[in-house]
Design a protein around this ligand. Structure first.
Ligand code: RP5
Length: 163
């Protein structure tokens, strides 16, 4: 098991769908858990230890509102922690963004963009971290970028044909 993904609620599940698809595409093993910094703190602490024992190298924490999940995970591990704020509140995620990004000096959280985009980038950043020790992932990451560039070129041609 290489990556642990914690989501603060089952209502965050849709936010990580693309991220999970990316991890599957890269054939990187992951665990997914619903756990909350506030509503299930004891479970969260236990999961951090359990996943460390399973050999997890990167944690991804996804949460909305007063989003302390990534910070709490970062406080309990020295593995890299990637935080994804979710726009699930009446403040459209500004609360979650600030709660996740404004970590005190000494306990970093690599904070992504809000929502689905941030979750997908969290998966890619986690793969990039793993690729430091696994050159097959470097190859796959380069192929992923090449595919993306080809898609942009194809979209440009399509727009030109329509114009
Ligand atoms: C956060 O509150 C969760 O991460 C979720 O984004 C938000 C709403 O959770 P639910 O009330 O839908 O469970 O803790």
């Amino acid at each position: 098991m290489k990556i642990a993904i914690f989501i603060g609620s089952d209502s965050d599940h849709g936010v990580v769908k693309d991220a999970l698809a990316i991890l599957k595409e890269f054939k990187v093993s992951f665990g997914l858990e619903v756990t909350s910094a506030h509503r299930s703190p004891a479970r969260t602490f236990k999961l951090i230890k359990d996943y460390e024992e399973k050999g997890v190298e990167v944690f991804i924490a996804v949460a909305g509102k007063a989003a302390h999940l990534a910070g709490i995970v970062a406080a309990h591990t020295v593995k890299p922690v990637i935080g994804v704020p979710v726009e699930s509140s009446s403040l459209d995620g500004l609360d979650a963004l600030l709660s996740t990004v404004q970590m005190p000096k000494g306990v970093p959280v690599a904070t992504m963009a809000l929502g689905k985009t941030g979750a997908a980038n969290a998966a890619l950043l986690a793969i990039q971290i793993l690729s430091l020790k696994d050159s097959s992932l470097v190859t796959k990451l380069k192929e992923y970028r090449e595919k993306m560039a080809a898609q942009i070129e194809a979209k440009s041609k399509k727009i030109q044909q329509k114009s």
